[in-house]
Design a protein. Structure first.
Length: 359
């Protein structure tokens, strides 16, 4: 028996539908309308857009394409193209991330490389080697001291940086910590997504095998074996297909109840989890973490999620191959509204942290 979709246009009155020139918004008639929807700006590209990211202060936007990045300085209304290489071989930029201070922009691409760009000089600062597969996602720690990269080679790498990020490239490469599941041998354990919690202690990786893995970066060295760069503390089971997005949600969980996490999957659902705490835990907790809610409504793969917090309201936006962006209330699990505008798949989704905007 299928669940009723509160955002089905066939069952929603016209007063709950808003149309633009090339987009449509549908609001859930069963819940108060939390916000309005307008198209603020459109960015047109001639190539497939593979990744997008706002800077922390929403003053800049990065877009990953085939063989290049476009950096939009939204304050100065300027844009800059960063070419990855001069050859014509396909090389999609799968992941982009701004450092928290907005001074650096990182990219991860199909050529297995992580690149760091200096935005003051608009120049390439580091090209980091080590991965043996396509790099799919990137995430900075809140203090900017670590850059996490999720890769199809079954690893997540934690690249260390100083405050100025001017360390020698070879020093960064040699000091990188490699996060993996030593007991997982399947090729399906390829990491598509990565997130690090606000405290910097826990890293999570979403994988093609449908399992979400959690590492503790603060585990004491004597707790680690020689194959680990951090202690694997949990495997989260629940999704029935590949996990393509993971995001921590700060402040949602009660004190002492661990970290709140949201995941999106090819099984068309989102899940909200309570992860940890792991104090006194021995070994790997396999399937013991709690899935608090499952959010259903998308008609196709969920490929991207973005957490939205406004005061005491905790929401998440999800982008799907069905062409929709849906916004959900994380406490109730209800869909608040959807936006339909893209003609093709929504692969990446980001919320500006200081403005009420989605990309």
């Amino acid at each position: 028996m299928s669940l009723q979709d509160d955002l089905d246009p066939a069952s929603v009155g016209p007063e709950f539908i808003k149309e633009g020139v090339d987009w449509l918004a549908i609001f859930n008639p069963k819940v108060p309308r939390p916000m309005d929807v307008t198209l603020a700006r459109k960015f047109v590209h001639q190539k497939v857009v593979c990744s997008v990211r706002f800077s922390a202060d929403a003053s800049a936007l990065a877009v990953g394409l085939d063989g290049m990045l476009i950096y939009y300085d939204l304050k100065e209304e300027q844009n800059y193209r960063f070419e990855l290489s001069e050859n014509d071989q396909r090389n999609y930029v799968r992941g982009v991330a701004f450092s928290p201070d907005g001074k650096y922009l990182a990219s991860g691409s199909e050529d297995r490389l992580v690149r760091i760009w200096d935005l003051a000089t608009k120049s390439l600062l580091h090209t980091l080697h080590g991965h043996r597969g396509q790099v799919y996602d990137l995430a900075y720690s809140q203090d900017g001291q670590l850059l996490l990269s999720a890769c199809g080679d079954r690893t997540i790498r934690a690249w260390p940086f100083s405050i100025t990020a001017t360390d020698a490239t070879d020093a960064i490469e040699s000091a990188a910590r490699v996060l993996t599941d030593a007991h997982a041998t399947s090729s399906d354990v390829a990491f598509t997504s990565v997130a690090i919690c606000e405290s910097g202690q826990y890293v999570v990786g979403g994988s093609l095998d449908g399992v979400i893995r959690v590492w503790d970066l603060l585990a004491m060295p004597e707790d680690l074996d020689e194959l680990q760069g951090a202690k694997l503390v949990a495997r989260l089971h629940g999704h029935t297909k590949s996990v393509y997005s993971v995001k921590f949600v700060s402040g949602l969980s009660a004190a002492g109840r661990g970290e709140a996490l949201v995941s999106g999957s090819l099984d068309k659902t989102l899940k909200r989890w309570e992860v940890g705490p792991f104090t006194g835990s021995n070994g790997v907790r396999d399937g013991e973490e709690v899935c608090v809610k499952t959010l259903e409504g998308h008609k196709d793969y969920v490929l991207a999620t973005s957490a939205i917090q406004e005061g005491l309201h905790f929401r998440v936006a999800s982008a799907s191959r069905d062409g929709q962006v849906r916004v959900w209330d994380l406490k109730s699990g209800k869909a608040l509204f959807l936006i339909q505008g893209h003609k093709n798949t929504g692969m990446h989704l980001r919320k500006s942290m200081t403005k009420k905007g989605l990309m």
